[in-house]
Design a protein around this ligand. Structure first.
Ligand code: GA4
Length: 329
C-alpha cells in the first residue's frame, strides 16, 4: 500500500506519551445474532457502552472481501490519481482533511452517499475499471449491512418494548434514507517515535450523527472508545465481526437512555488499517424527537428534522457535542 506523502507530521494531533497507553479491552459486549434472545443484551450494551460487537451475522464474506480488494486497489493508486476523485465536499476522496472546519487526521478516505450514482463514477474513474464493478461491490456490501442493521434495530426496539418494532429500521429502509458509506485507510506512520509520541491520531474523537453505524476493519487495531468512567479503551480488531455504534439520533429517540459513543482511531507505526463504515441515517425531512414511550419524566430534546441537525453538524468541529443546541433548557 502506498504511504501518504511524508508531511510535517508535527502538525498532526497526537496522543502524548505522558500517560500509559490504554490496554485492550476484552469486555466489549458480543452479540450473537443467531440467538433470538440477544435483544436484551443489545439494550444493555447500548445503555452501558453505546457500542457492541456482532458475530454470526449473515453478511456474506464474499461481499466483504470483494469490496476490500477494490478499496486496496483504490488506495494503492498514485496520489494524483486518487485526488481526481476528490475533494470530499462532503462526498469523494479526502486526504488528511476531515470535514470543512479544520480537522485533520492521519487518514485518507472515500465518502459516498448510499443513493448517489455520481459518487461511484468519481470513485471508479480512478480505478480505471468499469464503474459497474465498483458500484456492484459497494451496493452488495451496503445492502447486506443495511439488512443486518435493520434486524439489529428491530431486536433493539423489541428489547425496549416499543411497538411497532420497525420505528427505527423503517428510517433506514426508506428510499430517501440519508445514509453514508465510508472507506478509511490509515497508512502506517513509522515516524511516530520522532514526535516523542505514543500515537498519532488517525481520526479524532467524535460521535456519529446518524442512528446506527456499522464498522468492519481488517486485522489492524486502532479503534478506541470512551467509557462512561472517562477512560479510553482499545478495541481488539476482528475482521470477521462488525462493530456497532449508537449515533446521536438514536440517543435523542431514546431520550438519552442510549448514549452515542465517543470514539477515535490511533495510527499504527507498522500496519495499515482499512475500515468500512455504514452510517444509517433517516430521510432529511424526518422529525427526530424522543419516542413518547421512552420519556420517563421530561423530554430532554427539542424536536428537529434530520436536515436541521445535519446543517448545524456540518458547521461543527469533529470533537464538538452536536446535540447541545437541541437540548431542552
Ligand atoms: C462523523 C461521522 C461520519 O464519518 C461523517 C463525518 C462528517 C464528514 O467526514 O464529512 C463530519 C463528522 C462525521 C461530524 C461533524 C462534521 C461532519 C466531519 C465534520 C467535522 C461522514 C458524518 O456523517 O459526520
Amino acid at each position: 500500500m502506498v504511504v501518504l506523502t511524508k508531511p510535517a507530521i508535527d502538525h498532526f494531533p497526537i496522543v502524548k506519551n505522558s500517560f500509559k497507553s490504554p490496554s485492550f479491552f476484552n469486555d466489549i459486549p458480543v452479540i450473537d445474532l443467531s440467538k433470538p434472545d440477544s435483544k436484551n443484551l443489545i439494550v444493555n450494551a447500548c445503555e452501558e457502552f453505546g457500542f457492541f460487537k456482532v458475530i454470526n451475522h449473515d453478511v456474506p464474506m464474499e461481499f466483504i472481501s470483494k469490496l476490500e480488494s477494490e478499496a486496496i486497489k483504490f488506495f494503492s493508486s498514485p496520489l494524483p490519481e486518487k485526488l481526481k476523485a476528490g475533494p470530499a465536499d462532503p462526498f469523494g476522496y479526502g486526504n488528511k482533511k476531515i470535514g470543512q472546519n479544520g480537522d485533520i487526521g492521519w487518514v485518507e478516505y472515500i465518502l459516498l452517499s448510499t443513493n448517489s450514482e455520481f459518487n461511484y463514477q468519481k470513485f471508479a474513474s480512478v480505478l480505471g475499471v468499469n464503474p459497474e464493478n465498483i458500484r456492484a461491490a459497494a451496493n452488495d456490501y451496503v445492502s447486506a449491512v443495511k439488512k443486518m442493521s435493520c434486524e439489529i434495530l428491530e431486536m433493539l426496539a423489541e428489547g425496549l418494548k416499543i411497538h411497532p418494532t420497525n420505528v427505527f429500521s423503517k428510517l433506514l429502509k426508506d428510499e430517501k434514507s440519508d445514509s453514508v458509506f465510508r472507506l478509511n485507510h490509515y497508512p502506517p506512520c513509522p515516524d511516530i517515535q520522532e514526535l516523542n509520541a505514543k500515537n498519532l491520531i488517525g481520526f479524532g474523537e467524535h460521535t456519529d450523527p446518524q442512528i446506527i453505524s456499522v464498522l468492519r476493519s481488517n486485522n489492524t487495531s486502532g479503534l478506541q472508545i470512551l467509557l462512561k468512567n472517562g477512560h479510553w479503551i482499545s478495541v481488539p480488531s476482528d475482521q470477521d465481526s462488525f462493530f456497532i455504534n449508537v449515533g446521536d439520533s438514536l440517543q435523542v429517540m431514546t431520550n438519552g437512555r442510549f448514549k452515542s459513543v465517543k470514539h477515535r482511531v490511533l495510527t499504527n507505526s507498522v500496519k495499515s488499517r482499512l475500515s468500512m463504515i455504514y452510517f444509517g441515517g433517516p430521510p432529511l425531512s424526518e422529525k427526530i424527537a424522543p419516542l413518547p414511550s421512552l420519556i420517563e419524566g421530561d423530554s430532554l430534546y427539542k424536536e428537529f428534522t434530520w436536515f436541521e441537525y445535519k446543517k448545524s453538524a456540518y458547521k461543527t468541529r469533529l470533537a464538538d457535542n452536536r446535540l447541545v443546541r437541541f437540548e431542552k433548557s
